[in-house]
Write a protein that binds this ligand. Structure first.
Ligand SMILES: C[S@@+](CC[C@H](N)C(=O)[O-])C[C@H]1O[C@@H](n2cnc3c(N)ncnc32)[C@H](O)[C@@H]1O
Length: 301
């Protein structure tokens, strides 16, 4: 069997030293990891909380929670299946007023990308699903079938920042009249046929990258979930509590920056986003695009 269920998680937590520095977890604290994934950051954080502390770890993907559960055994961690935009409701259900720190590392794990059956990656042959929570919402194939040409172009342009969005949308609509777009390979090939190859000899990214990113963001309504989390943070953190958010693309980073710009609530700790050092990028290429922003919740009273 492929993927996390086979045993070894492959996802390496990015910016581990920086996460610890900005979140400053301490014994006895109550900390939230809003995106537990395969538990890499949670392992680090929980080991600083001592027997009196507690880590609440959320994920909307039950497959990730299962991996995290086995890795975090014996630590003061409570796993909660939930979208992080429900953080306030989760705390209410647990009888928690406010917490000391919140970490959110947005996007998907390598383990999700590498699981062909989830359909997140154009490098794996599989069904076009892309749902982080397979129990909710509609798969990417349904979106490709349902959206108008104009809406498809809009999704691809807004969430993928793809210049050839209209051409790709037109091709999707033409193709689906004949055959439903059901697999990652079909979509990747279609996109590659629409986007001209650059003349330069420099290595460039596969044009399917941007379209797959766009669809994943749309399928999981990722930007609305992020906005929900950012709006909830001031209702979840103690005054003096810390928030660290790690984004993978500018659409997310921009929203985090804007939320922390509210000086009546936030003391920003990272004027510019913190990025991985060369050494980390060499060891963990995925860390190349990570941008970390941190702030302390300091409401003006
Ligand atoms: C980049 S991974 C986190 C990796 C984790 N920090 C680690 O070290 O293993 C992101 C995780 O967040 C989850 N996720 C993304 N958006 C979410 C949301 N809105 N609510 C809950 N979980 C979410 C994904 O399912 C994925 O498991």
């Amino acid at each position: 069997m492929n993927g996390p269920a086979a045993g070894q998680p492959r996802h390496v937590p990015v910016l581990p030293a920086e996460v610890l520095h900005y979140l400053s977890p301490a014994p006895g604290q109550l900390v939230v990891d809003a995106t537990v994934g395969v538990g890499g950051h949670s392992l680090l954080l929980a080991s600083h909380l001592g027997p009196e502390g507690r880590l609440l770890a959320l994920d909307q993907d039950s497959a990730m929670l299962a991996v995290a559960r086995s890795r975090l055994q014996g630590l003061p961690v409570q796993l909660v299946p939930s979208n992080f935009d429900q953080l306030r409701q989760v705390l209410d259900e647990q009888g928690i007023d406010r917490v000391d720190a919140v970490l959110a590392y947005l996007g998907v794990c390598s383990d999700q990308l590498n699981e062909a059956g989830r359909g997140f990656s154009f490098q794996q042959a599989g069904p076009l699903d892309m749902r982080m929570d397979p129990e909710s919402g509609e798969p990417a194939s349904a979106l490709l079938k349902r959206l108008s040409e104009r809406d498809l172009a809009d999704v691809i342009y807004r969430f993928g920042e793809e210049r050839f969005s209209r051409r790709i949308a037109r091709k999707i609509v033409e193709t689906r009249r004949e055959t439903p777009l059901a697999t990652t390979e079909q979509l990747a090939e279609l996109v590659r046929r629409c986007v001209p190859r650059p003349k330069s000899y420099r290595p460039t990214i596969d044009p399917a990258t941007r379209v797959f990113q766009a669809l994943r963001i749309a399928v999981n309504d990722e930007l609305s979930a992020l906005e929900g989390l950012l709006a909830a943070l001031p209702r979840c953190l103690k005054p003096g509590g810390r928030a660290v958010l790690i984004s993978f693309h500018s659409l997310e980073d921009r929203r985090v920056k804007q939320a922390f710009a509210d000086r009546e609530r936030w003391q920003v700790l990272t004027k510019k986003p913190v990025v991985a050092a060369e050494e980390e990028v060499r060891d963990n290429p995925r860390s190349r695009s990570a941008k970390l922003r941190a702030a302390i919740y300091r409401p003006v009273v």
